[in-house]
Design a protein around this ligand. Sequence first.
Ligand SMILES: *Cc1c(COP(=O)(O)O)cnc(C)c1O
Length: 420
Amino acid sequence: MSQPAEETLALDGGTPVRTAPFPSVGNAEGRTLGAEEIEAVTRVVASGRLNSTVGDETRQLEREFADYYGLPHAVASSSGTAAIHLAVAAVDPDPGDEIITTPITDAGTVLPILMQNAVPVFADVDPHTGNLDVASVRDRITARTRAIIAVHLFGAPAPVVELRALADEHGLILVEDCAQAYLTRCSDGRLAGTVGQIGCFSLQQSKHITAGDGGLCISADADLARRMRLFADKGWPRDTDERTHLFLSVNYRMTELQAAVARAQLPKLAGVVADRRAGAQRLGAALSGLAGLTIPPDEGGVSYWQYPLVVDPGQAGGSCHDYGKALAAEGIPANGGYLTRPVYRTPVLTERRTYGRSGYPLHSPPARVEPSYDVGLCPEAERLIAERLLVVSWNERYTEADVNDIARAVRKVHNAFTAK
Ligand SMILES: *Cc1c(COP(=O)(O)O)cnc(C)c1O
């Protein structure tokens, strides 16, 4: 044994494994930004064309991103949440129609469903990955279901090949939320975002690549792509000469500054993902064989937005929250649960805080039935958040020494927790 079992945890007054900060997505040390992005911003400012209706950076980014993914269409927008909103608007639900999604995700997956007056329906997740469980999605389909939004959580592939087959069987649209999943590969080898009819990406500060904020949707379907493009630009058909507005829409346009930075980021993406994978493989090897701690399953397609471990509290001597606190004290950026509650337990849904005091559309009519967002709706998701999901912040700039410190701290905490 390389580590004495009695090593005192930092939580109990012992010496922390690590005192120096890690590279983080919150600062320059943990972002792959440099001279190329500075040149991009300078180029746009010098051109005097900061808006995509006069400049061509955004249109170029769309072309480059579509080509990168091998699809004919990409549509830029102002955020990942906006990108999901574009997708939902393209689905064009009637008020009260249902869209099935996951309770373990950023609210940006779910809020756009409500913005379009549709009802979010939550399916349960796989206990090992936190990604949607296909059987649970199947159980939630009704005559009012219009779409499924799958999230590739932490960069691990959701079962979208199976979900696309299910969607096709029922005439539904499958949207892939790839905000955490650039270059993730699905079970059949295809890139996440190309299996469903629409793939949505985010350029927010914490994602694999960033422009501060920003969103991108990709699609093989020209009609869906045109509807998304119109929705992001006040329904204004700029490919005609007419100043008119074809349907209720918003202004979610990306600026030329964002687009230019994103264009500089795109050639760096493959390297970012490769470095995140290499570090994750090193950590996985260093953590194998710890009772009650499961490293993320990976057949080579995971892009590691974060590094999730699944904790079995009975065997590991503590919950994910116990581990999260102990690791934080050791100087490791980790947290228990990822979320504090499943998305369906947030006030927007439990208290129907939607449009004024109407609660619209979360009652019947327009919904088929009064939706329930009670505790117990998705037991596996609730258990992951309450006890099991331990999330280590991940970064492409972690050195071998950084990864070794993380592994040493996890082993130290595991030793102490299982010695009790
Ligand atoms: C970040 C994120 C979003 C929202 O993206 P923003 O750019 O922050 O609006 C949506 N879904 C998932 C899974 C995310 O991680």
